[in-house]
Write a protein that binds this ligand. Structure first.
Ligand code: ACM
Length: 525
């Protein structure tokens, strides 16, 4: 259901992104002033502080967060009767003397707060006091709940290390868009970015490379060393920061491919015995982990530390783009295949992922991987991220597995946002304009209703081969994540690109005040 109604004499519909399920406009407004209070319960006390923090910078008001009503107030309430709106749904009611946000769970109340921010003049997103603004919220009633549970944003920090401060900002922008799953791509051929106590060389060696590729063809390089990693304390800080914003951090530790940096740190993990330097060339790398029991133990040790840092139910093990050449040419790998009764390298890849699936399951977690994990037989508990198209997702859902839709053609935000590539910073290729993202439908048409229930949601990807800085990442990410947010949150039948563009004008004002280096879409894109 999608409802938007205007009462006689009501002002125009507000510009909320993503569009709520239902908005009923009334007349009049509530004005937040220095005498307003935020009224909380024990369960919403933290959220009261969050709301206060959102209101203070631009208004200069430090609203009291109190337990008992006093005058005109903003109420934050948990109301178990609202379970029909789900754990993330909320109701927001504004009258001329009261604002009330209620939800069955704190996550819903948090999203109500995010909507309230967007009902205020855009200046509320500014970092310093704006004088002469009436901080008015139009009288209305909103009921809202997300369409999908997995509303994801991926960030590759392996190709280019992204400072922790930027990761926190990225999470804030996600939360503003009601995105709830941060897929942190922490390891790849060109860098290992998470401290692992048992294997210090992963970061001492694997986090640093001597050069970076600027263009692939012709191959050009910047000639500059690059690197960086997150300590476990920093990882914990990011996870806690995200949790306060109802964002789950899903870490990705790539295997058995995209493992060149780890093999550079520990050559015994490779197939050739050759001493490698950390990768400097983008693309698919032949260096993959060997299938020794000791390598499986190494990876499970790594996952043990990862599990202790990340409360996420899902742990991502990569699994994409695994060239079989080194396994094919290695007498040892062939002998191990024979010993384990595996008939080809695809079965070996599947065996590898199975080892991780049972390990994660034993530890109460669930494995997720890119769609190549389907090859050679999908592990029983595995969830599939469908990136090479929709087919992997369709096959997995039909086989009864959960899927997250990440098809490149609609969700790879490293692709060019326009056909006018000559006037854009160099990108990996592709063509993914805003309107195409907006038009994406995560449920593949060939799934039955029952199979479609396995589609947990969708996610946008920021691969950083040609995205060396946070500013460039923002340029590729926004406003395409604004469009994706609506794909995964709003009812399918409410999607209307012209209306989205109208609301996006205001969203871009907000992003400007948040110092986001977005790319303003052009009609010619
Ligand atoms: C991928 O883009 N290799 C998952």
């Amino acid at each position: 259901m999608f409802v938007a109604t205007l009462a006689a004499g009501a002002v125009a519909l507000p510009s909320i992104v993503p569009q709520p399920v239902s908005i009923r406009m009334a007349t009049g407004s509530f004005e937040i002033n220095p005498r307003s209070a935020i009224v909380v319960t024990r369960e919403t006390a933290d959220l009261g502080q969050t709301l206060r923090g959102f209101i203070a910078p631009a208004t200069g008001f430090t609203l009291p967060v109190i337990r008992r009503a006093s005058g005109d107030s903003i109420y934050l309430r948990i109301d178990k009767r609202l379970t029909s709106l789900g754990a993330e749904g909320y109701r927001l009611e504004v009258s001329d003397h009261k604002i009330e946000i209620s939800a069955a769970k704190p996550a819903g109340a948090f999203y109500g707060i995010q909507t309230l921010r967007q009902l205020l003049p855009a200046g509320i997103f500014g970092p310093t006091v704006v004088k002469g603004t009436a901080w008015e919220v139009p009288c209305l009633s909103i009921e809202d709940t997300p369409r999908f549970a997995w509303r994801g944003a991926h960030l590759d920090v392996a190709r280019y290390f992204m400072p922790k401060e930027f990761v926190l900002k990225f999470i804030d922008l996600m939360a503003m868009h009601k995105l709830n799953t941060f897929h942190w791509h922490l390891t790849d051929d060109q860098g290992w970015r998470i401290e692992i106590k048992k294997y210090p060389l992963l970061t001492q060696v694997g986090a640093w490379r001597k050069d970076s590729m600027l263009t692939y063809s012709p191959a050009t390089f910047d000639g500059k060393p690059h690197g960086g990693f997150y300590t476990q304390d920093e990882v914990r800080e990011v996870v806690a920061y995200a949790a306060k914003r109802f964002v789950t951090v899903v870490p990705e530790i790539e295997m058995p491919g995209h493992s060149h940096a780890a093999i550079a740190a520990y050559p015994e993990l490779g197939n050739t015995g050759q001493k490698l330097e950390v990768g400097t060339i983008w693309g698919v790398d032949e260096n993959v982990y060997n299938p020794e029991d000791s390598t499986i133990r190494f990876l499970q040790d790594v996952l043990s530390e990862v599990i202790s840092l990340f409360p996420s139910k899902f742990i991502h093990v990569g699994g994409d783009e695994v060239p079989k050449k080194q396994w094919h040419e290695s007498a040892r790998a062939q002998a191990l295949m024979k010993l384990r009764g595996l008939k080809d390298e695809h079965e070996l890849q599947s065996w590898f992922i199975h080892q991780m699936d049972s390990f994660l399951t034993q530890h109460g977690r669930r494995l997720i991987g890119w769609d190549e994990i389907l090859e050679g037989g999908l592990a029983s508990g595995a969830t599939v991220m469908s990136w090479r198209g929709e087919e992997g997702g369709i096959a997995a859902a039909k086989a009864g597995h959960d899927v997250v839709m990440t098809p490149g053609a609609w969700t790879y935000f490293d692709h060019y946002p326009t056909r006018d590539t000559a006037n854009e910073p160099h990108a990996i290729g592709g063509y993914l304009p805003l309107q195409k993202v907006y038009g994406y439908e995560p449920i593949p048409a060939s799934l039955t209703n029952l199979e479609a229930q396995h589609v947990l949601g969708a996610q946008g990807q920021i691969w950083t081969e040609y995205i060396p800085t946070p500013k460039r990442a923002e340029y590729m990410a926004y406003p395409r994540f604004s469009a994706l947010a609506e794909v995964v949150w709003s009812p399918k039948e409410s999607r209307n690109y012209a209306d989205f563009r109208r609301r996006l004008d205001v969203q871009l004002q907000r992003l400007t005040l948040l110092d986001v280096n977005f790319r303003a879409p052009k009609d010619s894109d």
